[in-house]
Design a protein around this ligand. Structure first.
Ligand code: GSH
Length: 214
């Protein structure tokens, strides 16, 4: 299973694996895509993914040295250590570092779980699972509005400095409630996503993952 020298990304176009693919593109790192479309249903793709990630989630990576890496925020931090020149994160000790760390974990710990629970509500409640989906959808909208008020008119989430936070915005704004909601309700985040779409190192990955918006 190991592929010397390259990062293997267990991938489903448009899903959380797009975060890892985009981060690796910013690093110009060698990548091998292992398509696991359909992994959230019983079958071969699920079995392949469960062998290395018992949570059965993407993003999941195999690092060039053969170890497994999961959790988008951990992947972001690892790659920022390995590729400091890629500009994924403000360097330790620089003024924006604390705001970066706070927002990275804030997105992964607050926004991402709304999908974990809302995408498969029947896993968590048997009575009226759709009410869990709509509650988590509403909560996510509140979280996005909160971030919108924080980023105000900055070019990027951290203001003038691009970071992997902008990758999260570019990818996650494609997910519920979707780009047209962001255009109407969170114009600053929508503008950040549009700028990230045009980033020369992100264009190919983002268009492959989200062809309908290309
Ligand atoms: N905490 C994880 C969340 C990953 C996650 O929830 N991924 C979704 C796809 S976007 C997934 O794999 N869902 C399938 C499942 O939870 O069974 C991260 O930040 O990487």
């Amino acid at each position: 299973m190991e592929h010397a020298g390259s990062y293997t990304v267990f991938s489903v176009p448009g899903w959380g694996s797009a975060l890892a693919e985009a981060m690796l593109a910013l690093c110009s790192a060698p990548v091998r895509i292992e398509d696991v479309t359909g992994f959230d249903r019983p079958g071969g793709a699920r079995e392949r993914l469960l062998k290395i990630n018992s949570l059965g989630q993407v993003p999941t990576l195999l690092l060039p040295e053969g170890s497994v890496m999961t959790e988008s925020a951990a992947i972001a931090l690892l790659l920022s250590e390995r590729y400091p020149q890629a500009g994924l994160a403000p360097a330790p000790g620089t003024p924006l570092r604390s705001a970066f760390l706070r927002r990275l974990i804030w997105i992964a710990a607050n926004i991402y779980p709304t999908f974990t629970y809302g995408d498969y509500p029947e896993r968590w409640v048997s009575a009226d699972p759709m009410s869990l989906k709509s509650a988590t959808d509403r909560y996510r909208e509140r979280l996005w509005r909160h971030l919108e008020s924080d980023v105000s008119a900055g070019e990027w989430v951290l203001g003038a400095e691009f970071s992997v936070l902008d990758v999260y915005i570019a990818v996650m704004t494609h997910w519920r409630p979707g780009r047209s909601w962001f255009a109407a309700q969170c114009p600053c985040l929508h503008a950040i996503a549009a700028r990230a779409d045009d980033h020369p190192l992100l264009q190919v990955v983002l268009r492959r993952n989200f062809p309908s918006s290309a």
